[in-house]
Design a protein around this ligand. Structure first.
Ligand SMILES: NC(=O)c1ccc[n+]([C@@H]2O[C@H](COP(=O)([O-])OP(=O)(O)OC[C@H]3O[C@@H](n4cnc5c(N)ncnc54)[C@H](O)[C@@H]3O)[C@@H](O)[C@H]2O)c1
Length: 352
């Protein structure tokens, strides 16, 4: 028997879920959608979907096991709680809520209903991120102490509701939530002990359109998350400083390399000093090439479809959802501190 799922909010992202479910998951069926805009309903009908007149029609439909909430961010919480109270399992789009306190309300509703609640943190399956994880899992590099994770573009404006505070707009909640979720996934079980962030409203009147946040972990790792909408010269997607080498992943296409110390070559400090135009330096002289080793980035397997495979297993009672509420709560607690640090104009200590 097919698993029946409904969608609330049939915009750009819901269309992506719909298309992928149709293409890859014959055991899953979209029972219908609800959207406040008639045009969205019309689009759904053209794609062969049923359209519900109200969310209550979804809550009251006994055949629907699962609801995807893909509305603007401020509506995630009320719909998630209503669906859980109606006995449905729920996937929420990211950011799960606007802050940690709202998520705690959902977690309580999920526990009370005995239904699962999970978040679509799909960027855990991005190839660049899977490569980063494999580099350290396979021991190609060890002991990272600075990780820079950046997503940059130059479109400047925030499209539609993403530009408004009331809707939970801004880049911390839009892209920041993905990058912080990746960070916690990579660093677990280490605790974050301090957060320092600066947010900018370069063009958007109400919300951040550029930000940098620095997270200090208990072992001293400094993990920098940066999102820019006004970067005409884009910095690398990842730059990682590890004790035994450096890794660069340039972009989502995963161009890049690892350069590390060649095991059997030691550096001899030469007598001659290197001169730059304005003075001498020995410390920053280039390292002789023969003392380094350049490696290709490793290949990875695994894809975003693992997300829905797991959801189906969770519906069948064979697995817990991969994206756990406790993980989402850690992300939201750190996001609360990103906003707090910017507001206070200083770093904040924590143990998260
Ligand atoms: N995981 C990802 O990679 C990813 C990518 C894009 C968007 N998203 C998330 O998906 C969600 C939707 O984003 P989008 O880009 O599809 O936005 P969108 O504006 O394209 O779609 C939102 C839809 O929700 C509808 N809507 C608005 N208020 C509603 C309400 N109260 N009840 C029912 N429907 C309502 C709108 O009419 C619209 O059709 C957001 O939370 C966003 O952060 C996630």
């Amino acid at each position: 028997m097919k698993h029946r799922m409904a969608i609330i909010g049939y915009g750009g992202m819901a269309g992506y879920h719909h298309e992928n479910i149709n293409k890859h998951f014959p055991d899953m069926e979209i029972a219908g959608v609800y959207d406040i805009r008639e045009e969205a309903g019309q689009k759904a009908r053209e794609k062969g979907l049923a359209v519900f007149k109200s969310p209550e029609e979804i809550y009251g439909n006994k055949d629907i096991e699962l609801v995807l909430v893909a509305t603007p961010n401020d509506f995630h919480k009320p719909y998630a709680i209503a669906c859980l109270e109606a006995g449905k399992n729920v996937i929420s789009e990211k950011p799960v809520t606007l802050n940690a306190a709202e998520l705690e309300e959902i977690i309580a509703a999920s526990k009370k209903a005995g239904k699962f609640f999970t978040v679509h943190q799909n960027r855990r399956w991005d190839r660049d991120f899977l490569i980063l994880k494999k580099i350290f899992a396979d021991g190609l590099l060890h002991d990272p102490y600075v990780i820079e994770s950046r997503v940059q573009g130059s479109r400047r404006g925030l499209h539609g509701w993403r530009g408004w505070k009331q809707n939970g707009g801004g880049m911390v909640l839009d892209w920041g939530v993905h990058l912080i979720d990746q960070m916690l996934n990579f660093t677990a079980p280490k605790k974050c002990v301090a957060v320092s962030a600066v947010l900018h409203k370069v063009f958007a009147p109400e919300v951040d359109d550029n930000f940098t946040a620095s997270f200090r972990f208990e072992d001293g790792l400094n993990y920098i998350v940066n999102v820019a909408m006004n970067s005409f010269i884009v910095q690398p997607r990842w730059h990682i400083s590890a004790a035994d080498g450096t890794c660069l992943i340039q972009n989502f296409e995963c161009e890049g390399r690892i350069v590390k110390l060649a095991d059997d070559k030691t550096l001899e400090w030469a007598e001659d000093i290197v001169y730059t135009a304005a003075g001498p330096t020995r410390s920053m002289a280039p390292r002789p090439r023969e003392t380094t080793l350049e490696l290709k980035l490793p290949d990875v397997t695994g894809s975003w479809q693992d997300y829905y495979r797991n959801i189906i297993e969770a519906l069948e009672g064979k697995a817990q959802p991969i994206v756990k509420t406790a993980e989402a709560l850690r992300v939201m607690k750190l996001i609360d501190l990103v906003f707090l640090s910017d507001e206070k104009k200083c770093g904040v200590e924590c143990s998260i």
